[in-house]
Ligand binder design. Sequence first.
Ligand SMILES: NC(=O)c1ccc[n+]([C@@H]2O[C@H](COP(=O)([O-])OP(=O)(O)OC[C@H]3O[C@@H](n4cnc5c(N)ncnc54)[C@H](O)[C@@H]3O)[C@@H](O)[C@H]2O)c1
Length: 335
Amino acid sequence: MSEGTGETSERTTVSRRNFLAVGSFALTAAALSGGLEAQMKQQTGQTLGWGKILNGKVAVVTGAARGIGRAAAIGMAECGANIVGIDICAVVDPRSGVEPATQVELEETGKQVTAAGVRWKSIVLDQRDLSALRKAAAEVEKDFGHIDILFANAGIQAFRPLLEMEDPDWHIQIDVNLTGTANAVRAFAPAMVKQGKGRIIMTTSTQGRHGTLNASAYSASKWGIIGLMKSAALELGKHGITVNALVPGLIDTPLTRHEERYEQVLQAAGRIPTGDVKKDEEAARKILQAKSPLGIPWIDPSEMAPVVVFFASDASRMVSGATYDVTGGDSANNI
Ligand SMILES: NC(=O)c1ccc[n+]([C@@H]2O[C@H](COP(=O)([O-])OP(=O)(O)OC[C@H]3O[C@@H](n4cnc5c(N)ncnc54)[C@H](O)[C@@H]3O)[C@@H](O)[C@H]2O)c1
């Protein structure tokens, strides 16, 4: 910690930072669709006060082409981190209703990252492929000299009742979400072990905190990520590496904005979908809005960035094995 001049002042600095960081979570109700600090100032009249808290760090983000990955990449870039954005940029599960991400979207993330004045590198790979991830880790170490942060975020979602499933309905989601997240840790954590320091953040879900109608594979994969995160925290702590998980609620990304997902919302509420996207979207919006304690049907992905930045920073150095929910209040329904 650069500000500390002795043990006492370092402790004071760390607890003040933690205080600022934790206190600022309360301010994230406003949409942060642009720069973290600029948006915060515009929406609340205050800034987070984090400045370049990640200055010079190298952060690897999986699922960086769009959605939560893009928002976190931009948030960390604005706090001074150089970003390596990884994405498959291709169809992952032809059985899901989610539009695949593209290389154009990945490069758009790159544009927004470099606008913050930091370095960007994109890598296209499938996180089910451990050797591709290991090759990527070697490339990043060679290009950047070190790897400080891993945001293991890439994932997919599809719905299918358990008794109607065919094998791929189960395996693709478990392989991508759970095995792929473990692969990312296995590939990038060794660089952190070498330097005796690192930050790993995984993306789980509220659907990994409770059962989900017609989504057992997704729910199991996300519940599994919490077990993976806690086990990795136990194993990697001795190397100065913290491991934590972000728990997003329902976020406004291509993962959630399509007919299959609207149908799931309607079915969970005991309603019959019409098959008309516009009608089902509107009905889903009403159901979600009424259910959400903060009255938010879909949360803006930029709302995830402050928590990722906190987990990635020195302010969270005593936080490991933990989950942090950003759900617009849905967490109140979890036990
Ligand atoms: N959107 C939500 O409501 C929500 C809620 C809770 C958790 N999550 C989780 O957040 C993460 C990000 O989701 P999002 O909402 O931003 O979705 P998204 O579809 O917008 O982004 C996910 C990205 O991951 C990439 N990806 C998927 N499989 C990959 C693979 N095998 N290898 C490399 N990249 C791959 C996709 O191409 C895509 O760009 C996912 O793990 C998702 O399960 C999302």
